[in-house]
Ligand binder design. Structure first.
Ligand code: XIL
Length: 297
């Protein structure tokens, strides 16, 4: 196959990218994005600060710009993200307790109603764990330890057809405490019937030649709990070809690894642009890492 999306589709998977609405008018950017990828994530435009700038007042103009651009080209869309300690609107940052808990539920209801039936998945909760495997201390956590399951239950009711994901970074190494913390939460959710369909591993790698320990074991272990897994925000310091090939192969080796998303198109578009971590250089040329991924798919 000659594109990442088509190559991934051969095994029933997708290959996606994050898109920034402000870059869509750049034709190099949008041409590559539409040609190579078949799943799109809004890099910032569907986050809480973007979609509910004032309490109870929802804005979907930038999110819809990405949604419409993607679906007009036959590309699917992942929703990112509904409940997170970061990129909260100012009014939400200042809330606590039952008021914040209700605001979170209202936010989930408001955003999910707008996109109901339209998205492939939602990252319902993002980055809720500390590196040591405990729950991250945030205003949401301080509303009570059940805030994550409350978010997932509200999400299932708001849009019963969309896949509901938990998404986090540094959960790729199976021996890492944070991975085990997330794993134990997912296992608990599945045992108690809390609605959850997928785990997103952000996969922000720092380079070198090998993958985080037992990466494939992490994917297969999550999958064995009865959830899909996806690599949701891939970027790799200096685009290590061995890491890019390895993470692609690991996903392909796990039947419930349903797709891979890179966190941007060209190096110059990346939030880590100084590390040149993506598959296209600043001029839109395919890098060696592109070929290593394509060959692995
Ligand atoms: C990043 C975006 O790429 C930046 O443009 C923004 O300034 C900050 O957020 N984990 C996530 C993503 O889940 O939403 C983050 O995206 C990167 C880390």
């Amino acid at each position: 196959e000659s594109t990442l999306g088509a190559a991934a589709a051969q095994s029933g998977r997708y290959f996606g990218t994050a898109i920034a609405a402000s870059r869509l008018s750049n034709s190099t950017y949008s041409t590559i994005a539409a040609r190579e990828f078949n799943m799109i994530t809004a890099e910032n435009e569907m986050k809480p600060d973007a979609t509910e700038p004032n309490r109870g007042q929802f804005t979907f103009s930038a999110g819809d710009q990405i949604y419409n651009w993607a679906t007009q080209r036959g590309l699917k869309v992942r929703g990112h993200t509904l409940a997170w300690h970061a990129q909260q609107p100012g009014w939400m940052q200042n809330l606590s307790g039952s008021t914040l808990r209700q605001a979170m539920i209202d936010h989930i209801n408001g955003v999910m109603a707008h996109y109901k039936g339209k998205l492939a998945a939602w990252d319902v909760v993002n980055e809720a764990f500390e590196e040591n495997g405990s729950r991250r201390n945030s205003n949401l956590q301080r509303t009570g330890n059940d805030w994550i399951e409350a978010a997932f239950r509200a999400a299932r009711t708001a849009d019963p057809s969309v896949k509901l994901c938990y998404n986090d970074y540094n959960i790729e190494n199976w021996s890492y405490a944070k991975t085990q913390g997330v794993y134990n939460m997912i296992r608990d959710f599945k045992s108690r019937g809390v609605p959850i369909d997928c785990v997103g591993l952000q996969t922000h790698f720092t380079g070198g030649s090998s993958l985080p320990g037992n990466f494939q074991t992490t994917l297969s272990s999550f999958a064995a709990l009865g959830v899909d897994v996806a690599l949701t925000e891939v970027d790799v310091t200096n685009s290590s070809t061995s890491q890019y090939a390895g993470l692609t192969q690991a996903c392909l080796n796990v039947p419930r690894c349903i797709g891979i998303t890179v966190w941007g198109v060209r190096d110059s578009d990346s939030w880590r642009s100084s590390e040149s971590p993506l598959l296209f250089d600043g001029n839109g040329n395919k890098k060696a890492a592109y070929t290593s991924v394509l060959n692995a798919l």
